[in-house]
Ligand binder design. Structure first.
Ligand SMILES: Nc1ncnc2c1ncn2[C@@H]1O[C@H](COP(=O)(O)OP(=O)(O)O)[C@@H](O)[C@H]1O
Ligand SMILES: [Mg+2]
Length: 261
């Protein structure tokens, strides 16, 4: 059963250039994209830089308006929801970004970082919020003592763990991960991927997982789509796409996996 469906989604950016910005031109970031995601599954979204992956993520997060297209989540149309009506969706769908440093407020302790979304959504009193903060910091492999520290006292991998805890503390159903390990040292990437994978099965989460690394796709996802210049050029199970890639772009990505023939 489909859980998240995206139908005929398009997005064009208008850009200005030239003397006094007199020339404007359009960038078609997404061109008539349709796909659906099953509950509890991981859908990989693959594509080279500039192919429209983050635009798609922002539209799903309702951070950006598409010019056309329909989104439904759990049987409910969310395309036209705004303001207060959007709050339950905003809670159920969380996002993890590529750069774990710029997405943490440097003036907040980790305790404050984790408590903030709960306070904004008025989810519990001080005691309940404290309990949750303690629980979720440990769930991502950090310690209660870490709650007193500030973001700069942590490594990149630890900061991404904090961002994961901040997303999970809202008890979401779905998480959009936008290249969550691309900014990390290679030696740390596998640990964070393993954590995300374990959390997915433990908490029965649905993932939309953006990456340009097909090794990550193989490890994390069962289904995938490939975007190229805003167009959807592949859609299917990871097995199908790997064994029968339709575009040269996907072929070259598969060929670039170390150890592949
Ligand atoms: N705010 C914006 N204004 C104008 N163009 C944008 C904006 N954001 C992205 N783009 C353009 O849209 C296209 C898709 O960008 P993006 O969704 O960030 O791709 P990806 O995440 O796959 O690298 C690119 O050509 C990019 O330059
Ligand atoms: Mg991007």
């Amino acid at each position: 059963m489909s859980y998240l469906t995206i139908k005929n989604l398009s997005k064009t950016y208008k850009k200005s250039s030239g003397f006094l910005n007199t020339k404007t031109f359009n960038i078609k970031a997404l061109d008539n994209i349709s796909f659906s995601v099953k509950k509890g599954s991981c859908m990989a979204i693959v594509g080279e830089s500039g192919s429209g992956k983050s635009t798609l993520a922002k539209i799903i997060m309702k951070l950006l308006h598409p010019e056309s297209g329909k989104l439904t989540f759990s049987g409910l149309s969310i395309s036209d929801l705004e303001g207060k009506k959007l709050l339950p969706y905003r809670r159920k769908v969380q996002m993890i970004f590529q750069d774990p440093f710029s997405s943490l407020n440097p003036k907040f302790t980790i305790q404050q970082v984790l408590a903030e979304p709960l306070k904004i959504h008025r989810l519990g009193n001080e005691y309940e919020i404290d309990n949750k903060v303690n629980k979720f910091i440990e769930l991502v492999g950090l310690k209660k003592e870490d709650l007193k520290k500030f973001p700069h006292q942590f490594s990149g991998g630890q900061r991404q763990r904090i961002c994961i805890a901040r997303a999970l503390i809202m008890e979401p159903e779905m998480i959009v991960c936008d290249e969550p390990v691309s900014a990390l040292d290679v030696s740390i990437q596998a640990q964070i991927l393993e954590l995300l994978k374990n959390l997915q099965s433990k908490l029965n989460l649905t993932y939309l997982f953006i990456t340009h690394d097909l090794r990550v796709v193989k490890y994390m996802a069962k289904e995938m789509i490939v975007l190229q210049k805003g167009k959807l050029v592949e859609k299917g199970t990871v097995k199908e796409v790997f064994s029968n890639p339709k575009t040269n772009y996907t072929k070259s990505l598969i060929d670039s996996i170390p150890g592949s023939i």
